[in-house]
Design a binder for this molecule. Sequence first.
Ligand code: HEC
Ligand code: HEC
Ligand code: HEC
Ligand code: HEC
Ligand code: HEC
Length: 161
Amino acid sequence: MNLCLFALLFAALASTTPAHPQAPIQPIPYSHKLHLALGLKCQDCHEMPAPGDTMTLPQTPKCMTCHSSIGAGRPAIEKLKAYAQQKRPIPWVRIYEIPSFVIFSHKTHLDAGAKCESCHGPVAQRDHLWRETPLSMAWCVNCHREKKATTDCGSCHQLQD
Ligand code: HEC
Ligand code: HEC
Ligand code: HEC
Ligand code: HEC
Ligand code: HEC
């Protein structure tokens, strides 16, 4: 290959962090890796309101506790500020979702000792998130077999009468 072209190509590759092909483009290029390296914990941003079925996404004011000053002037932070000022929720593209006919509780699993990483991958090392586990019925049932948890249809599905 032409050496000059090679150098150009290399420069182009080095200057961008390539996202995983399955990672959706988010409205704001938020990085878990960068923020978790600051010492933040998952639950600082993902609260688990009772009864603990769902983990929530952070509200914009949470971001603004730091970003009303940090990063001012940068395009991504100005965009973040605009959402905050207009009190509009950030339209994050959802990644982990199961159909509504499936019963799932975060609390049950966390109480049983499951770690975020076993279902969501090594989030703290990711600049961009994508669905790293299948979330299929077989995936749920395999872990249940392994951990000797229930495999009754009615535990995960509301049975019609
Ligand atoms: C500073 C706030 C912050 C912290 C701390 C944080 N997150 Fe997040 N998380 C976000 C934001 C913002 C999104 C939405 C954007 C995205 O998907 O990257 C998100 C999305 C996610 C999603 C995808 C949700 C979905 O289905 O769309 C998972 C899973 C997740 N975070 C897990 C974690 C885990 C595990 C940790 C701790 C290791 C963590 N997060 C720490 C802010 C945070
Ligand atoms: C505990 C403080 C803190 C919180 C809370 C926080 N951030 Fe950050 N954020 C930082 C720091 C520090 C940086 C690195 C700034 C730098 O590069 O100098 C950063 C960088 C960023 C960047 C990259 C800016 C750029 O273009 O270089 C984005 C985008 C961002 N944060 C979005 C968010 C979003 C969205 C939230 C809320 C879900 C959030 N942050 C919450 C401290 C925070
Ligand atoms: C046993 C597997 C499992 C574990 C452990 C787990 N999650 Fe999840 N997570 C899921 C599933 C399944 C969904 C989709 C839930 C839905 O659509 O109702 C999800 C969804 C999410 C979402 C999107 C919002 C929501 O609740 O739908 C976030 C954020 C999230 N998880 C964060 C975390 C964090 C942070 C931890 C660790 C404290 C964690 N998860 C542990 C399986 C898991
Ligand atoms: C990492 C392993 C793991 C994965 C993956 C997993 N589970 Fe579980 N699940 C468990 C364990 C362990 C328990 C037992 C908790 C207990 O009995 O305290 C459990 C319990 C449950 C329960 C409660 C059953 C009862 O006794 O009420 C439901 C419902 C459930 N899981 C649904 C799901 C669904 C739906 C999925 C897939 C989206 C899933 N689980 C994925 C490990 C897992
Ligand atoms: C540990 C939890 C769990 C158990 C136990 C379970 N399922 Fe499921 N099931 C799921 C999940 C999660 C999905 C959604 C899969 C998807 O979206 O791809 C699902 C989907 C389905 C579907 C929709 C079609 C499909 O395959 O996507 C049917 C029908 C179904 N389950 C029947 C059953 C029957 C019958 C049993 C008992 C033999 C059972 N399930 C046991 C978690 C479970």
